[in-house]
Design a protein around this ligand. Structure first.
Ligand code: AMP
Ligand code: MG
Length: 419
């Protein structure tokens, strides 16, 4: 039996980023960039008006007041104002947000600080400026102040969020190189387990682990491939495990503890999966098994990196705790993220708590992060089969082994489960 930290280290040493490939921009969200991306343009590409109003020569308006002849109107998207018609003293131009300011001008006065002028020549031919704070550069975003042509704007290893999608579009990248999502095969095991659409007979329960794992994998950034329920026979397990070993990762639930029908470790070894660890000093989740299948099944077309195999315990909350501690970090590594294990946060207990445990225990809890100084409340929980209690939790308090009488306000460590 090894410590959680040693098990996490072993998992992270085995998991590496999947070989990168091209992704269309629309599919790049939630991937990790596998190249440095440089801009092919200055942004903004010209000195740009940030307000609707008048482009002016600020030096013409001492104290921000004065009158100018309106030399024309400029809308975003129209051809640039001719360079040989730079505005001269006494001229201003009507301008809309996003349009290039005309040559000769250096500031934009918002329309609310202007009114119609009194100079002759028609109703819109003159404008009166009244903007005491007028100064050069006002309401203008200079060419290249956001980014310059050739500048690297996103680096290898960047997690692509909506803002990164927008920057990629800005610099003209319709496809980018990213690490693909790991394909994660999922197998439930157990003679007693039936699918959600079935009515359980005597001694049977429904399969919650399969759907839970598929959901966890999706949320973690992988692509789940649910293969079904293997009965507790070597033949049935062999068949589904062999299929699962074509994926980047294989998750099994059940059949890894010490019962007579816990056949998973034996079948995995038989199919060439090298055991890295079996049993971790943790509650719930102790029987968890982890290994590496060095060679892909020949039908694999995806990559030649090894398949990571987790034999998770059967109890639903053990599945969730083991996923947070071991599986999610592995998926994130395969996605190309460099971070390691999920960080624990410190929080104050909301109420006193006496307990005793022979192993470090992850207890379902509600972590309140709204105010400064996190607070955490352990929830009523019947143990590792009690998944319903987890629906009211957003985290797990880590109780260290031993006998403890904790008081309200005592500081504890919390594993915050990601939504
Ligand atoms: P095992 O490790 O296979 O003995 O399973 C431990 C416990 O988890 C047993 O009570 C099982 O009935 C339960 N269990 C196993 N697989 C599932 C599953 N897919 N969904 C819900 N409970 C399960
Ligand atoms: Mg079983």
């Amino acid at each position: 039996m090894i410590a959680v930290e040693d098990a996490q280290r072993a998992v992270l040493e085995s998991a590496g980023p999947l070989p990168p490939g091209p992704a269309r921009l629309a599919d790049a969200l939630g991937h990790v960039l596998a190249e440095d991306v440089a801009s092919d343009i200055d942004m903004p590409p010209y000195d740009k008006a940030l307000m609707d109003g008048y482009a002016v020569r600020s030096q013409d308006f001492p104290g921000g007041a004065g009158e100018a002849a309106v030399a024309g109107e400029i809308f975003a998207g129209q051809p640039p104002w001719p360079a040989d018609r730079a505005l001269v003293a006494g001229q201003a131009a009507r301008i809309m947000t996003g349009a290039p300011i005309p040559p000769g001008t250096d500031a934009v006065v918002m329309v609310e600080r202007t009114r119609q002028g009194s100079k002759v020549g028609g109703p819109s031919s003159a404008v009166r400026i009244d903007d005491p704070r007028l100064k050069p550069g006002q309401n203008v975003m200079g060419r290249g102040t956001e980014m310059q042509c050739g500048q690297v704007v996103l680096r290898t290893g960047t997690w692509i969020r909506p803002a990164e999608i927008g920057v990629l579009a800005t610099v003209g990248r319709a496809t980018v190189s990213v690490h693909p999502r790991p394909r994660v095969a999922i197998v439930s095991t157990g003679n007693e387990v039936v699918e959600a659409h079935e009515s359980p007979g005597p001694g049977q329960i429904r399969n919650s682990n399969g759907p839970t794992l598929a959901a966890l994998v999706t949320r973690a950034g992988g692509t789940p491939d649910y293969l079904g329920i293997a009965r507790d026979t070597n033949d049935d397990l062999r068949r589904l495990v062999a299929t699962g070993l074509r994926a980047d990762m294989l998750l099994l639930s059940g059949g890894v503890s010490a019962g007579d029908l816990d056949l998973v470790p034996g079948v995995l070894r038989e199919l060439g999966v090298r055991e890295v660890f079996h049993k971790v000093n943790v509650k719930p989740g102790k029987p968890v098994w982890f290994g590496i299948a060095p060679f892909r099944n020949q039908q694999s077309t995806i990559s030649n990196s090894p398949t990571l195999v987790f034999g998770l315990p059967g109890n639903p909350v053990s599945v969730m705790v083991c996923f947070e501690l071991f599986v999610r970090p592995a998926i994130r590594r395969m996605l190309g993220l460099s971070e390691s294990v999920p960080p624990l946060v410190s929080a104050a207990l909301t109420e006193e708590r006496s307990y005793r445990s022979d192993r470090p225990t992850y207890w379902p809890a509600w972590l309140d992060t709204r105010d400064a100084g996190f607070r955490v409340r352990p929830l009523p929980w019947q143990g590792s089969p009690d998944l319903r209690a987890i629906t009211e939790a957003n985290s797990f308090v880590l109780f260290p082994p031993g006998e403890h009488a904790l008081r309200a306000g005592d500081c504890v460590q919390v594993l915050s489960a990601r939504e």
